[in-house]
Design a protein around this ligand. Structure first.
Ligand code: NAP
Length: 277
């Protein structure tokens, strides 16, 4: 049987249509939601991501301010820039495009973002709030994964979710969100033994590994729901789509799966931040 394709473009289009009307309402109150994106250096992939996010903002009427900083910047100088944006009442969300150049302390820079403007969900306090189920802005990709499951009415409660990856912006927060939704969660990582055996137990499998086509169909249980958060060079996910296609009952494609919903979630968080003023 063919799996249901969990189409992220459909989900994100619906989200964006809803956001457009919320932005219109805000404008009636003379509030224009504004996202500041900070790019340090000239990494071409990061430049593309920042451009894509700026375009997505424009599409729904969010203002986007691009702060492009030189590669030789120090951590303190970057923190000063972030603090200026924190203090600016016209900015509702701050996104520091990562990875930043190696000489910069990325964690310190993330922590400088005011939690109320942390629409990308990168601060440790934002993560703590997510884990407690009280935060407004969970990391965007984890939040996008839950939105896709909800959109397609896929039950989470009581299911065994296996997450492959434990990064602070993806694997850990998506595990926390799934747990908050009453899933039984196993989080795997590079030191996990018997990964294939653990994956076989998953009703829901999340690929968040950063390795192209890593998760194989014969590691999975028949009828599993597969969400591939991976985005590797050449538009390739972390899941081997071909071998998983015949096993899964539902699967996200790459591109066009988790990615577009991640961007729509960033927009949603920025609008929510403006509404919360
Ligand atoms: P990351 O920081 O490199 O983390 C990768 C995780 O995978 C780590 O926890 C690592 O374990 C684990 N891992 C690596 N090799 C493994 C193996 N052989 N077996 C089991 N686990 C293994 O990456 P990330 O930032 O979380 O990103 C993961 C993927 O999501 C990437 O493809 C990235 O491009 C993508 N991503 C997509 C979006 C989107 O919008 N769709 C957004 C963010 C990220 P250790 O902790 O033990 O090292």
């Amino acid at each position: 049987m063919k799996p249901i394709i969990l189409d992220g473009t459909v989900v994100s289009n619906e989200m964006k249509a809803n956001l457009k009307s919320r932005v219109k309402l805000l404008k009636q109150r003379d509030v224009v939601p504004c996202l500041a994106t900070i790019l340090v250096g000239d990494n071409p992939a990061s430049e593309t991501y920042v451009r894509m996010k700026g375009k997505a903002c424009e599409e729904i009427g969010i203002k986007s301010v691009r702060v492009h900083l030189p590669i030789e910047l120090t951590t303190n100088e970057l923190i000063n820039s972030i603090e200026r944006l924190n203090a600016d009442p016209s900015i509702h969300g701050i996104l520091l495009q990562h990875p930043v150049p190696e000489h910069i302390n990325e964690r310190q820079a993330f922590e400088a973002i005011n939690t109320e403007k942390d629409v990308d969900g990168v601060t440790s306090s934002g993560y703590g709030q997510t884990a407690f189920g009280i935060g407004h802005f969970p990391s965007c990709t984890p939040s996008a994964i839950i939105k896709i499951l909800n959109y397609y009415n896929i039950p989470i409660k009581g299911k065994h979710a296996v997450v492959v990856g434990r990064s602070p912006i993806l694997g850990k927060p998506v595990s926390a969100l799934l747990l908050n939704e009453d899933a039984t969660v196993t989080t795997c990582h590079s030191k996990t033994e018997n990964l294939a055996e653990i994956l076989k137990m998953g009703d829901i499998v999340i690929g968040a590994v950063g390795r192209p086509e890593f998760i194989q169909g014969d590691w999975l249980k028949k009828g599993v729901i597969v969400l591939d958060a991976g985005y590797n060079k050449g538009n390739i996910g972390d899941v081997d789509y071909k071998s998983c296609y015949g096993i899964a009952s539902a699967i996200t494609p790459v591109p066009g799966g988790v990615g577009p919903v991640t961007i729509a979630t960033l927009l949603e968080h920025t609008v929510l931040s403006a509404e919360n003023l």
